[in-house]
Design a protein around this ligand. Structure first.
Ligand code: ATP
Length: 200
């Protein structure tokens, strides 16, 4: 089984996440794609995070159209700070070949994550582009070389449809009462409105 893993905060999930996930599934010929909302992401400890149940519910709506895609509460159920190497360890088995997708911003910090050696040993790292900026492309090439000079593993760059949007930008727009329907699934927007999320 070729199993893809895509983790994040997903507050809220947006079209950048959806497009990358869809391209990930197709390009890597995945049999299963697991969307993994973090309980507490290490880079967002201490921040005011939306409760996990809302992020989980929004992911279930946002990624429903991708065949073979499941949203899993594995990190939420584990609780505490969500370390990717622990999730990969839990999902690793002789039958599973793991692929871990992340955006360029996260890839540039991968060497500061807990146990990058284990992450690269357990999964092929797949990097999705978030912007058209040539400097970022150069930086990720350099980071790939750096990482692979220290650790054994595979890092591949996904040819994905680029959607330059972030959850931070969308939370701000929602709080200001602006229209975000261009970037967020209709069902997710209805959920946000019903639950009054991100209102100031
Ligand atoms: P925030 O603005 O709150 O930090 P975000 O938009 O970066 O959120 P996350 O949930 O933190 O979203 O990201 C989860 C994963 O999705 C990360 O690997 C991130 O790099 C990736 N990602 C986020 N936005 C995009 C995008 N527009 N295109 C491709 N990948 C993305």
């Amino acid at each position: 089984m070729r199993v893809g893993i895509f983790g994040g905060t997903f507050s809220p999930p947006h079209n950048g996440h959806f497009n990358a996930a869809n391209d990930f599934r197709e390009s890597m010929a995945l049999d299963r794609l697991l969307i993994v909302p973090a309980a507490v992401p290490p880079n967002k400890e201490g921040l005011d995070l939306l409760p996990a149940r809302h992020r989980l519910a929004m992911c279930r709506i946002a990624f429903a159209k991708i065949p073979g895609c499941e949203v899993t509460p594995i990190e939420i159920d584990r609780g505490g700070t969500s370390y990717t190497y622990e999730t990969l360890t839990a999902l690793s088995s002789p039958e599973n070949q793991l692929f871990l997708m992340m955006g360029t911003d996260m890839f540039l910090t991968l060497d500061t994550w807990r146990r990058p050696d284990e992450i690269l040993r357990l999964a092929t790292v797949v990097v999705a582009s978030r912007s058209f900026d040539p400097e970022t492309t150069e930086a990720i090439e350099k980071k790939r070389e750096e990482l692979l000079s220290v650790y054994n593993g595979n890092v591949v760059f996904l040819k994905n449809v680029i959607c330059e949007v972030s959850s931070t930008f969308l939370r701000e727009k929602i709080a200001a009462g602006e229209d975000v329907s261009e970037w967020i699934d209709d069902g997710v927007l209805q959920y946000i409105e019903k639950e009054k999320l991100y209102d100031v």
